[in-house]
Structures are given as C-alpha cells and as structure tokens.
Design a protein around this ligand. Sequence first.
Ligand SMILES: Cc1cc2nc3c(=O)[nH]c(=O)nc-3n(C[C@H](O)[C@H](O)[C@H](O)COP(=O)(O)OP(=O)(O)OC[C@H]3O[C@@H](n4cnc5c(N)ncnc54)[C@H](O)[C@@H]3O)c2cc1C
Ligand code: SF4
Ligand code: SF4
Ligand code: SF4
Length: 356
Amino acid sequence: MSNEKIAMVGTPCQILAASKINYYEKKTGGSSIDLKIGLFCMENFSYTYLKMFLKENNINLKDVKEFRIENNKFKVFLEDDVQEFSIPQTNSFKRKNCDICTDYTSNLADISVGSIGSPKGYSTVIVRSEKGNKIIQDLISNNLVSEKDTEEKSLDLLKRISNKKINNNLKNVKNREENSHPVIYKRKVSDEEIAKLSDECQFDCLNGDVINEGACVLCGSCEFVCPIDIVQINERKPVKKGTCREGCHACYYACPRTFATDKILPKDLDNKALGEYLKVHSLKSNSNTGQDGGIVSEILLYLLDKKLVKNVLIVTEDENNPWKPIPKLTDSKDEVLKAKGTKYSTVPIIFKPQTL
Ligand SMILES: Cc1cc2nc3c(=O)[nH]c(=O)nc-3n(C[C@H](O)[C@H](O)[C@H](O)COP(=O)(O)OP(=O)(O)OC[C@H]3O[C@@H](n4cnc5c(N)ncnc54)[C@H](O)[C@@H]3O)c2cc1C
Ligand code: SF4
Ligand code: SF4
Ligand code: SF4
C-alpha cells in the first residue's frame, strides 16, 4: 500500500467494500482510497448475458452509443435509432445477487451522484462528508459547474425510488433467510462477535457464506487484499488457487457481503431513503458532458488538477470488447474523460495495481 491518496468511483457495494478494507485495516492491509464518489444503483447486469440478450435482438454492442435506464425502460441508443426494452425484459441479464442490496444512493460515499431527482442533463449530488462538501463548494464557486434549485417533488421521487429498492430487497433478504440462506451483511452482530466469527474464517468460508450463496457482487476486494495472490476473479466469481496463509482472514473481513460493524454500516440506514447527508444539489459540468451532468468526471478532473489526490480509480471500457467495463487507476485527465458514461455491468473495481 502506498501513502498517495486515491479517489474512487463506484456503486454502493463497491463503496462499502472500500470502507470495510480501510476500517478493518489491521486485518486487510488497508488501501490508499481517501475519497469515495458513489453512484446511485438500482441493479447491475452481467456483461455476458447482456451481450447475449442484445444479440438475440439483433444489436451488436459495437454499434451501441449509450445505455440509459429511464421512465421504466432500458434504452439502447444506436447511431440513428433507440431500442427500448421493458424492465422485466432485463431480468435475463440482471445479476440476481443485487436483489439483497438495500443501498440505492451510496450511503457510505463522501459524495453520491445519480440522475434521478434532477432535470435531464443534470446530476443529483448528495454531499455526505465535510471533505465532499468542500469539493462541491469549490466547483460551484470556481464556476466549473452550474446549479439548479432542487425541486421538492424531484427529491420525493428520488426518496420513493430508493425506498422501493430498500423495501423490495428487504423482502428478498427475509425470503432468503427463511429458506436458510444466510444474508450475513444484514445481520445485527456485535463487534466482538464479528471479530470472533471472522477470525475463524478464510477463503473457504467466503466461498460458503457469500459466493455459493449468490451474494457475491464481484467487487474485487478479496483478490485485492490477499497477501499471497491466490484469489482470482473470473467472469462469474472469485476462485482460490493454492493454500491460505495461516492466520490470514483478510478476504473475509474485506468482503462487503460478510459482517459489517454498525460503525460503518448502521443498520438503521434502511429507514433513511437518502442515508445521512449534509446537502443535495442539482449540478451539471460547464465543460463536459457525461452520462448525466458529467459531475463525476468534473470532480475527478478537479481532484487531479488541484493535486488533492495522486490517482483516481475509474471504470473505463475494454478496447477490444465494446462496453465491457475495466477498472483503471490513473492520473491522466484524458483517461478520466474517456471513462465518462455508465457501463451497465459488474466489474471488480478494487483491483491490484501496486499503488492501490
Ligand atoms: C451499474 C450502475 C447502475 C446505476 N443505476 C442508477 C440508477 O438506478 N439511478 C440513477 O439515478 N443513477 C444510476 N447510476 C448512475 C448514473 O448512471 C451515472 O453514473 C451518474 O448519474 C453519474 O453521471 P455523471 O454524468 O456525473 O458521470 P460521468 O461524468 O459520465 O462519469 C461516470 C463515471 O462512472 C464510472 N463508471 C462507469 N461504469 C461503471 C461501473 N459499471 N461501475 C462503477 N463505476 C462505473 C466511471 O468511472 C466514470 O468515472 C448507475 C450507475 C451504474 C454504474
Ligand atoms: S449489489 Fe448490485 S444493486 Fe447493489 S450496489 Fe452493487 S451493483 Fe448495485
Ligand atoms: S490467504 Fe486465504 S484467507 Fe488470506 S486473503 Fe488470501 S484467500 Fe483469503
Ligand atoms: S466474494 Fe470477493 S468479489 Fe465477491 S463480494 Fe466478496 S470480496 Fe467482493
């Protein structure tokens, strides 16, 4: 681990993973992630099954200009056509592991960003920490972004959508638990109990408790924290090749789907549609377009420009596979701009470059 600060962008589960790695630093080795920009997230897709679905509908991924989920439709933008699919049609490529996730607005981020709650072309920005607040205030006062008043009815819509995810997925958690599939990260367990249980666990427990239970979100943390590099994440799941180091429990502590202390993940967050926050803004970048208001990219450019972080952890596109997300750690503003836009599929963002 290097001491040079990193800002990351990720979905709520990836933000939880980064929070756990740093909170349980003594067990995991920690990371240099210092600022977390979280995305809103209702669900995520499997790249392989998304590709298959599009092929069945005569759409080649290389012809797709943009994906967008709006007005209850999954929209695929082509050169001069837009193909629309209903949300139930996305079930064939939706990751079922998302159905126990109750965080819509990235509750644990410093700044959360999404489209719902703002007019088209703007991003809804939820500021949660003083550090995040300073960055957003600087963007506004330096005229790098434009602000619109946040309307009460748009915020109500955002809260309704978030509550819908929370309530639907709490039902799924209950159903799984009733069928004796443990949903460990939702269990209320004391810190002492977490330490006792986790200190008995290595990768085999992770396999039994998370991966085989259909709870793995493919965040990458288990691979990242493994001190002897025996975990590899393939298209579908993490696998271990080799024997664990005696006394190591790093992957079990780091995983966002194992026990999480109330100090990181207060269980009462399920009663707060937008989590804990300081302020909500509607913003758009004055110089870049993005998936929505281009705010994520604008924040990253600002952080690099002001040297507030050494590198940023982003999700860009695989050059040989259109729309296949790949994580990248970079200090290049061109790379940040290239990574604009949402790639709707999972990616192990917490990966292993030397400096992370
Ligand atoms: C899987 C997924 C589901 C989402 N669902 C919702 C939703 O239900 N409602 C909603 O309002 N918003 C949702 N979003 C967020 C939304 O699509 C935009 O990412 C967000 O509004 C930021 O827009 P922007 O213009 O500010 O970002 P931009 O400036 O365009 O930057 C986008 C950033 O997103 C990162 N990124 C792209 N793909 C991924 C990925 N697969 N995983 C992690 N990071 C990625 C890139 O690193 C890039 O820096 C979702 C995003 C993802 C990745
Ligand atoms: S588990 Fe799924 S729904 Fe939840 S944040 Fe991760 S990708 Fe999004
Ligand atoms: S050595 Fe084993 S227990 Fe430790 S991180 Fe690697 S896989 Fe997990
Ligand atoms: S098993 Fe590994 S990749 Fe899957 S959620 Fe846990 S840490 Fe992330």
